[in-house]
Design a protein around this ligand. Structure first.
Ligand SMILES: [Zn+2]
Ligand SMILES: [Zn+2]
Length: 87
């Protein structure tokens, strides 16, 4: 119980960053500051921005919906515990 609470708290604390990071990407795309790439796995042109680190909002990886979902399915940034770098 306590352990999963800690995880949950950790994840929730990361969420506001996640939202502001996505907002920063949208604004950068609109202003032409950031340009969409191709899916880094399959080269598809319809992509989402994926953040490795939400404290670097414009440091993104481009992934198509399928590979983006796949990455999240493996939990890379659902519980960023392995990285241990979140301030
Ligand atoms: Zn792909
Ligand atoms: Zn993502």
């Amino acid at each position: 119980m306590l352990k999963s609470d800690t995880r949950q708290t950790h994840w929730r604390r990361a969420n506001p960053l996640k939202y502001s990071a996505h907002l920063a990407v949208q604004q950068a795309l609109n202003s032409g500051k950031l340009i969409k790439g191709l899916c880094e796995v399959c080269g598809a042109a319809t992509v989402d921005a994926h953040h490795d680190r939400y404290d670097q909002p414009l440091n993104v990886r481009w992934l198509c919906r399928r590979h983006h979902v796949k990455l999240h399915h493996f939990g890379e940034d659902m519980f960023p515990i392995g990285r241990g770098e979140t301030p």
